[in-house]
Design a binder for this molecule. Structure first.
Ligand code: NAP
Length: 295
């Protein structure tokens, strides 16, 4: 039977370390601050924002929440971002996605100062990831890397298949694993015969948003399966993209949904915010970049 990777436990352990880093910053008079902007009343977005703010409270990060109505003018939000970019008590700025249709998402993400871009979505940080000089690794793939590290799963020279090629999960995931010297293949909705790729994976990361996409016959015996997907079934259950029960007897490690990658995503947001506060000059041993942590 596979080892079930307990993301809740790994996140809890990491948060203890983060709390200590915040305490050390506070001793030097620096309180890490995260600004969270939410536009509209998408219930899932509201839940994610609540969770992020609760997680900030837990480790001692000060959060600043800004709510805009669904019909908000993009200029209002851009003006707020500009003001937050200049505030010394704000070390991270996050705009909860998705945004209503009147917003050009790229314009909003590029308005955030690259020094405060804790989601890692600004072009500057995306470019950093491509050349292997990351300042803010995007939270979900960063969390997956940390889970793999925690489980002692080697990456160098191993075959990794990433299913899903979005800008926020699949693409940065592939880049981060390439940086770890894995041989990476990336698949998407137009990939023909997905199984011929997934069967080669020593490590399979699935982030497609399609329940039951990965079934046992698509996976090599002993593979590691990291399920990023979150899907709400008509009966209300929350499931990932992989057939968890079917895969259990075949694979060596697997993440559950919920309780796998999800708790790590929020934890890495906290880590990025604290890293930003440390780089802002509040700590004697300043981490030069998150790269130190990734390598
Ligand atoms: P997204 O923007 O919708 O991207 C989905 C990707 O999967 C696209 O690249 C798409 O291909 C590909 N895809 C869709 N159906 C496929 C199929 N049948 N076969 C192969 N590839 C397929 O979604 P996302 O934001 O990356 O999120 C992906 C999933 O992860 C969602 O379930 C989301 O809720 C979840 N998620 C979880 C966390 C967490 O913390 N656990 C964080 C973020 C996202 P094309 O590019 O060809 O369209």
């Amino acid at each position: 039977m596979a080892k079930i990777i307990d993301g809740v436990a790994v996140a809890r352990e990491m948060r203890r370390g983060l709390k200590a880093r915040v305490a050390s910053l506070r001793e030097r008079g620096v309180v890490p601050g995260l600004a969270v902007i939410i536009v509209g009343d998408n219930p899932a977005s509201r839940l994610y924002v609540r969770n992020k703010i609760r997680a900030c409270d837990e480790v001692g990060i000060k959060s600043f929440r800004f709510d805009f109505p669904q019909a908000a003018a993009p200029d209002e939000v851009l003006a707020l971002i500009e003001a937050l970019n200049r505030r010394s008590d704000v070390h991270g700025i996050l705009v909860q996605l998705p945004l209503p249709p009147q917003f050009a998402i790229g314009e909003v993400l590029r308005a955030i100062s690259p020094d405060k871009d804790v989601d890692g979505f600004h072009l500057y940080n995306v470019g950093g990831l491509v050349v292997g000089d990351t300042v803010f690794p995007p939270c979900t793939p960063y969390g997956v890397v940390k889970l793999l590290e925690h489980e002692g799963i080697p990456l160098e020279g191993r075959n990794v298949v990433v299913v899903g090629a979005s800008n926020i999960v699949g693409k940065p995931m592939a880049l981060m694993l390439m940086q770890k010297d894995a041989t990476v293949c990336i698949c998407h909705a137009k990939t023909r015969d997905l199984a011929q790729f997934t069967i080669l994976a020593d490590i399979l990361v699935v982030a497609a948003g399609q329940p039951n996409l990965i079934v046992p016959q698509m996976v090599k015996t002993g593979a590691v399966v990291i399920d990023v997907g979150i899907n709400r079934l008509p009966d209300g259950r929350l499931v990932g993209d992989a057939d968890f029960k079917g895969l259990l007897p075949k694979v060596s490690h697997i993440t559950p949904v919920p309780g796998g990658v999800g708790p790590m995503t929020v934890t890495m947001l906290l880590a990025n915010t604290i890293g930003s506060a440390e780089r802002s000059g509040g700590q004697a041993r300043v981490l030069t970049s998150a790269q130190e942590e990734l390598s």
